[in-house]
Design a protein around this ligand. Structure first.
Ligand SMILES: [Zn+2]
Length: 97
């Protein structure tokens, strides 16, 4: 089993929340993977493509997508999967109140 990557402190102040709505970005389905105790982001159009993604309430998280691994994590920026997860958590929080 591949170990999960380390949690990285993320800068949400400069996060691009519009990234999910723009261009050809496909909707991202996110579900909880109990086996790995993290979330998985699944591409809606290509179900065989999925990444492990997680975000803690202290603002640290990770994603196993190439964009995050190679680019965004070095700038401490969340990738679109983490942003999608963040929005999903926020929505869930509102529904529970
Ligand atoms: Zn990602």
């Amino acid at each position: 089993m591949i170990p999960l990557p380390e949690y990285i402190d993320l800068d949400f102040e400069h996060a691009d929340f519009g990234i999910l709505q723009r261009g050809k970005n496909e909707p991202i389905a996110i579900s909880w993977d109990t086996g790995h105790r993290c979330h998985v982001a699944i591409s809606a159009t290509t179900p065989e493509v999925y990444y492990k993604v997680d975000l803690l309430c202290d603002g640290s998280g990770f994603c196993t997508c190439p964009s995050f691994k190679d680019v965004q994590s070095k700038k401490h920026r969340p990738c679109k999967h983490i942003i999608a997860l963040d929005l999903q958590i926020a929505k869930k929080g509102k529904e529970e109140k």
